[in-house]
Design a protein around this ligand. Structure first.
Ligand SMILES: [Zn+2]
Length: 428
């Protein structure tokens, strides 16, 4: 089965014709800042767009008990009033079509240095074919790519409805725990495969490293600055802690490798993402804190990674005159993500690659990134094939983050072909 060349031309035409509408949806999304705890305005925008396309919408509660799940990250406070959005369309029971899930995250990372941006991070603007704004790349552009493909299919090949069960899930906390996706999957929002339109530059992203979030707090001895020579400056105590983390990073990168990402020279990055100490220039700070993201080998479970971090910092403290008596406090504060990967020759990966080939005339490359995505939860906890494929982003998590608008259209043409093959094809 499948579609004639004329049918595909018609779908591509509908994608081109609806592109501006998808860009407007994207702009609306970017203008709805959805940093952690503030996700719901943007979720409402997603819900409205899915409803317009004919999906039935449900706000899915995330139980606080998700934090007790062995696969959970450490919850970022209370989940009350913070929902995933689930859209469902198509699929009568016994139709024989395999259900599919599209998963995107609505949360974005903060943009707390707006003065470094060319404009307000949450007031999207276009720049030579790119849309600039926090979250435009990661990954609101991907959500727009997916709705654009569906919009075009529903206006052409699927005027009678989606020929199979399609679920569209917009989750929270992908950037810190993965608990939005985990809670939805535990609640039964799953399918036979999961497509995540993360920003991959129209490449297949098939794997991720382990990621652990830890905060390290040290206590010194506060004093007036005039007697700083007899006090213990907590900010300066961070130096041996950072040195220990750098040692761990060096050890991981020399002793391990990620078979799924041979072209990544340095897969395990230990990132000092937050530094906090002090409140006055003439006071010696009593406390200091690091917020750290530890990329670690897929061979290590989250518990193993935590053990190694504690051991490395513990060893450094034992050799330090003050820290020996005042050991640093180490606590987990988010990600407890295992590494994952899906084989390039898995039928699902081959099907997405074939759709890309049909749309663009070449085999998609395999992206290799030393990060993680929610695909790991489907792969590791549920045995469900999952992969990422989406638009081209720029300055992800950085200043003047952007998405290339053309790549949203190009990605939608791939996704439309994949969806037809998935729901109407026979060679799966
Ligand atoms: Zn993302």
């Amino acid at each position: 089965m499948g579609l004639s060349a004329d049918g595909l031309t018609e779908i591509d035409g509908a994608i081109d014709a609806s592109a501006e509408r998808a860009f407007a949806f994207l702009e609306h999304l970017v203008a709805s800042p959805s940093t952690v705890f503030h996700e719901q305005d943007a979720q409402a925008v997603v819900g409205a767009e899915l409803r317009r396309l004919g999906f039935s919408i449900e706000s899915l509660e995330i139980p606080n008990a998700v934090g007790l799940d062995e696969a959970a990250g450490v919850p970022q406070d209370d989940y009350g009033g913070r929902f995933d959005v689930v859209g469902r369309i198509g699929g009568s029971a016994g139709s024989g079509r395999s259900p599919l899930l599209i998963n995107g995250h609505i949360d974005v990372v903060p943009a707390d240095e707006p003065d470094l941006w060319s404009g307000d991070p949450f007031t999207p603007y276009r720049d030579d074919g790119w849309l600039v704004g926090r979250g435009a790349g990661d990954m609101k552009g991907g959500l727009a790519m997916a709705t654009l493909a569906l919009d075009a299919l529903l206006a052409t090949a699927w005027t009678d409805g989606v020929p199979g069960a399609l679920t569209f899930l917009s989750v929270i906390e992908e950037e810190c725990t993965g608990n939005g996706t985990l809670a939805a999957a535990r609640a039964g929002v799953v399918a036979d495969a999961v497509f995540l339109p993360e920003p991959t530059n129209l490449q297949l992203l098939l794997s991720g490293v382990g990621v652990l979030w830890v905060d390290v707090t040290v206590e010194g001895l506060a004093a007036h600055a005039e007697m700083a020579d007899r006090a213990v400056n907590a900010a300066e105590l961070l130096t041996p802690v950072i040195d220990a983390l750098r040692d761990l990073e060096r050890e991981m990168n020399s002793a391990f490798e990620e078979p799924s990402m041979p072209s990544v020279a340095h897969p395990y990055n230990v990132n000092i993402g937050l530094v906090q100490a002090g409140d006055w220039r003439s006071s010696v700070p009593a406390k200091a804190r690091l917020g750290v993201r530890v990329g670690h080998p897929t061979e290590w479970s989250p518990d193993e990674a935590e053990k190694r971090v504690r051991a490395e910092i513990g060893d450094a403290a034992a050799g330090h005159a003050w820290l020996r008596e005042h050991p640093p406090t180490i606590e987990l504060t988010g990600f407890r993500a295992e590494g994952y990967s899906i084989d390039r020759e898995h039928p699902f990966a081959r099907a997405v690659a074939a759709a890309h080939g049909a749309a663009h005339g070449n085999d998609p490359e395999v992206a290799q990134m030393a990060s993680t995505t929610d695909a790991r939860i489907y792969m590791n906890q549920f045995g469900i094939p999952a992969l990422c494929y989406g638009p081209r982003g720029r300055n992800i998590h950085g200043i003047d983050e952007a998405v290339e608008l053309r790549s949203i259209v190009d990605g939608a043409k791939t996704l439309a072909r994949f969806l037809i093959a998935w729901f109407e094809g026979s060679g799966r």
